[in-house]
Design a protein around this ligand. Structure first.
Ligand code: B12
Length: 216
């Protein structure tokens, strides 16, 4: 049985790396029928493989199309697990990529993993202006605002959004987490964000601590 598990996990891993979305969904379905739990598929395969995709990309093993295909396959995997995800626990997150920036692969992964972890996620998409973020906070009253930036020229937008949260007297109502390629913990601290994470797995942990510690 342990052997079957290892074989399925290995197959899911290579199907993701090869960008075979349908195959990933099929293998996950098989795994679930073999009484694997959604959590172990997530923890043992999807999260480590997501890290592997990012590492291979940084090591120049992967190119842009590979990343796009692999992230589509990860999405198919998470979709196959969706019926088994934790029910939304009443905590709401608004997420988006900041103005002037259209990178969304990493942001989408973070959004999907947070949704899977039981948060209600409202994704505003890419190139989200400061005003749109502020309006979304007013409209959806999220517990957390999550912003992504991949360009050094757009990461300053995160600071503008936080500033406008103060101007609109919303800063006390919502926690803020930031992430994306050029974003660091130091940068997050310097703009007054509440948290930073550099991958979806870490994001789930950090968000969980943040929202529970502060009673959302
Ligand atoms: C794919 C890509 C594109 C695609 C985007 C497709 C898409 N739908 O996203 C396309 C081709 C469209 C593109 C366009 C451009 N790009 Co580009 N792009 C990349 C590339 C190759 C990969 C980014 C990626 O998806 N990585 C994989 C994901 C999984 O990683 P990630 O995004 O970092 O996300 C992870 C973490 O950061 C974190 N995370 C991400 N967001 C968030 C949010 C929160 C809240 C949290 C907690 C965590 C978190 O979790 C994720 C998963 O682990 C990078 C190179 C690189 N090394 O990153 C360049 C890169 C980001 N691009 C770059 C540039 C310059 C551009 C262009 C300006 C090019 C041009 N001249 O037109 C345009 C910009 C257009 C615009 N206005 O945004 C530069 C930025 C340089 C800089 N210092 O600013 C880079 C670094 C390439 C380079 N080395 O020059 N790009």
């Amino acid at each position: 049985m342990k052997n079957n598990r290892t074989i399925i996990f290995r197959k899911i891993n290579s199907a993701i790396l090869n960008g075979e979305a349908n195959e990933v969904a099929r293998l996950i379905d098989t795994g679930l029928k073999m009484s694997m739990s959604a959590e172990e598929i997530l923890e043992e395969v999807l999260i480590p493989t997501t890290r592997q995709v990012a590492a291979q990309f940084q090591g120049a093993v992967f190119y842009i199309p590979d990343v796009l295909l692999a992230s589509r396959a990860i999405k198919a995997g998470l979709h196959a697990l969706k019926p088994y995800k934790r029910p939304a626990g009443g905590k709401r997150i608004v997420i988006g990529t900041v103005a002037g920036d259209i990178h969304d692969i990493g942001k989408n992964m973070v959004a999907l993993f947070l949704e899977f972890a039981g948060y209600e996620v409202i994704d505003l998409g890419v190139d989200v202006t400061t005003l749109d973020f502020i309006q979304a906070v007013k409209q959806h009253k999220p517990n957390l605002l999550a912003m992504s930036a991949l360009l050094t020229t757009t990461m300053g937008e995160m600071s503008n959004v936080i500033e406008m949260l103060y101007v609109h007297q919303l800063r006390d109502c919502v926690k803020v987490i930031v992430g994306g390629g050029p974003v660091t913990q130091e940068f997050a601290d310097s703009i007054g964000a509440d948290a930073y994470a550099d991958n979806p797995h870490e994001a789930i942990k950090v968000v969980h601590n943040l929202l529970n510690r502060h009673n959302g």
